[in-house]
Design a binder for this molecule. Structure first.
Ligand SMILES: NC(=O)c1ccc[n+]([C@@H]2O[C@H](COP(=O)([O-])OP(=O)(O)OC[C@H]3O[C@@H](n4cnc5c(N)ncnc54)[C@H](O)[C@@H]3O)[C@@H](O)[C@H]2O)c1
Length: 424
């Protein structure tokens, strides 16, 4: 809508743009599925003139998604979905080189973060693309006058989907949203292999700690927790899992991990990783018994999984030891370490997920956006799963891009699998 976008956006430093371009191109090498979608979008313009507010982690992978949407005709405003996850060079490249107004500065205050989001909605979005449902929440809470123009949206992560389902259950959701997280080609890979690798990457980059031989406690054995546990074991850690869900606890046990209540695990852990999407999962009773020197990191969406208010109350002094490493010196003499202020450690202290998994997550975003644009008049104000055919197509494209061939059913097998009469 806005012809002159050059005055919009708020980034750290325009001079970083060329670094950002190289980084975005580097990520693109591992995003062949999204590249195919971008090519088709450029030809078909399925999002022509669609005003989009995207609230996502501003990383090189997200930049590739933004370019696909832009080439598909969308008029985008991009704002950060976390104050610490922005790659400033990427933000600069998007803004300066690719003409996408971007509101994101790594380390911005909460006030700036909120202001950025507000400003990114000022063009009156017709479509929202969220990671954590913050834009949906903003529009439903304090910018309701904008709701009338919105035809639909997408949501990237587990926590956002939980919030949106709660909104829909109250009958308050005002437009249809596709839950990208629920696609198999998203959470099987992004949450598990992406979070598994990048969480350890964040911990290692921040601390340079040796994982081998450590007791690493994973709080929550969902998709992310499975990935973190699997990769930590691979690096030689003794992994302990804590859970509240009996099925998941059983799964962790049979996957070969020790399962303990958090207060027992707290006594043993050298490193703690929270990945629950739940609040205060490490709290004072656990802090009370932790070993001095224990390191805590969060890879769940919000920074409320480790109860930092309770920890602060037990603390005499705090100091930064290295970037993203803060020591809490407790009144009883022990010292506990918190990484990245309890925010997503993989995106704060490292670079988030590798591009190859984001290829699938963002292929889902792009195709779901196209789906909503085409289908919105047939959709209710509900949270929808990604249509199965989109999910299957992304898996097919990814396999093909990786050069992996699979078999197809013979006619006999098709018949057999579709019949009830045939048996022994
Ligand atoms: N770091 C990233 O880049 C990244 C990527 C994907 C998802 N996420 C976020 O990670 C979080 C987890 O996502 P997921 O897909 O694994 O969710 P999930 O629902 O599959 O798993 C969460 C698990 O945490 C468990 N849990 C809840 N409360 C607990 C408690 N008090 N103690 C122990 N376990 C508890 C649940 O029983 C569940 O098994 C969400 O906030 C999600 O948005 C982060």
């Amino acid at each position: 809508m806005t012809a002159d976008t050059t005055t919009l956006g708020d980034i750290r430093d325009a001079k970083l743009a060329q670094d950002g371009v190289r980084r975005i191109e580097w990520a693109a090498r591992e995003m062949p599925v999204l590249a195919q979608i971008r090519e088709r979008f450029a030809a078909e313009q399925p999002l022509r003139d669609l005003r989009v507010t995207a609230c996502l982690h501003v990383t090189s992978e997200t930049a590739n998604l933004m370019l696909a949407l832009r080439d598909g005709g969308a008029d985008i405003r991009l704002t950060a979905s976390n104050p610490l996850s922005t790659q400033d060079d990427v933000a600069a490249a998007l803004q300066v080189e690719y003409g996408i107004p971007t509101y994101a500065i790594k380390g911005e205050s909460i006030e700036t973060y909120k202001q950025h989001m507000e400003t990114a909605t000022e063009h009156g979005p017709q479509f929202t693309m969220d990671d954590g449902a913050d834009v949906v929440a903003l529009l439903h809470k304090s910018k309701r006058e904008l709701l009338g123009d919105v035809i639909g949206g997408t949501e990237e992560t587990t926590t956002g989907v939980i919030r949106l389902r709660a909104l829909a259950k109250q009958g308050e959701l005002r437009y249809p949203i596709v839950a990208v997280n629920e696609a198999n080609t998203k959470h099987f890979f992004d949450n598990r292999y992406g979070t598994g690798q990048s969480t350890l990457d964040g911990i290692i980059r921040a601390t340079n700690i040796l994982i081998a031989g450590k007791t690493l406690v994973v709080v929550g054995y969902g998709w992310c927790g499975k990935g973190v546990s699997m990769r930590a074991r691979g690096m030689g850690a003794q992994v302990v899992v804590t859970e509240v869900d009996p099925l998941r606890a059983l799964e962790a046990t049979m996957d070969g991990f020790r399962v303990l209540p958090i207060v027992e695990a707290a006594r043993e852990g050298d490193i703690f990783v929270t990945v629950t999407g739940d609040v205060n999962v490490i709290d004072q009773p656990a802090f009370d018994v932790m070993k001095s020197g224990a390191v805590m990191a969060n890879s769940g969406h919000f920074d409320n999984e480790i109860n930092l208010t309770a920890l602060e109350a037990m603390t005499e002094a705090r100091r930064d030891l290295r970037p993203f490493v803060e020591e809490y010196a407790l009144t009883d003499g022990r010292k506990l370490i918190v990484l990245a202020e309890g925010r997503l450690v993989n995106l704060s202290a490292a670079e988030g997920h590798p591009a190859s998994v984001m290829d699938m997550s963002f292929a889902n975003q792009a195709l779901s956006a196209e789906y909503v644009v085409n289908q919105h008049s047939n959709l209710e104000n509900e949270v929808y799963d990604v249509p199965r055919d989109i999910d299957d197509e992304i898996a097919r494209l990814k396999l093909a891009a990786m050069g992996i061939k699979i078999d197809t059913l013979t006619e006999e097998q098709e018949r057999y699998l579709n019949s009830w009469e045939l048996g022994t």
